[in-house]
Design a binder for this molecule. Sequence first.
Ligand SMILES: [Zn+2]
Length: 188
Amino acid sequence: MDAAKRPCLQINTLNRFAEGEDCMPKMNYCPQCGKNLIEKEINDKIYLACSLDACNYVFWDNPIPVVSAIAEYKDDVILLRNKGWPEKVFGLVTGFLEKGESPENAVVREIQEEIGLRGKIEKFIGLYSFIQMNQLLIVYHVKCTGEITLGEEIQEIRHIAPDKLRTWDFGTGPALKDWLEMRKQKNS
Ligand SMILES: [Zn+2]
């Protein structure tokens, strides 16, 4: 895998989530020397590594940072369903950082691309591990204005009042839960 192919790997990972498969990336050749990759045990874990002993390449498969927004619009939170996702699966706005981009800029850009709104960051909510996807989520509360236009990858969205939101236990769910808790404390 050369550097130019990395985005494809990330997109595959997302699509596999959509299909409910595990998200082990497919990679056959060493990006340093082109020889086959094989499974090697290192520190009690199995990694893809180069079959050539003289080449030390190991695919560490480090978690990928992903920005995510609790996008508040006209007092509701926007949940969205990507194309290809199962019918009842909705999530927060999420996306990868582009090269050289800060997480703050990335999350505002993703809101613009996915739902067409202007975002203003209200608060950094926290960092959350999404183990199943091998991602580190960087989550913000973002207030949005403008007119909604759905991006190419988005199938549909829902506007849900915070009091009506039901959270989920994985991925962005715990961040949403924390935000709702913070909100409750602020309002009480
Ligand atoms: Zn190699």
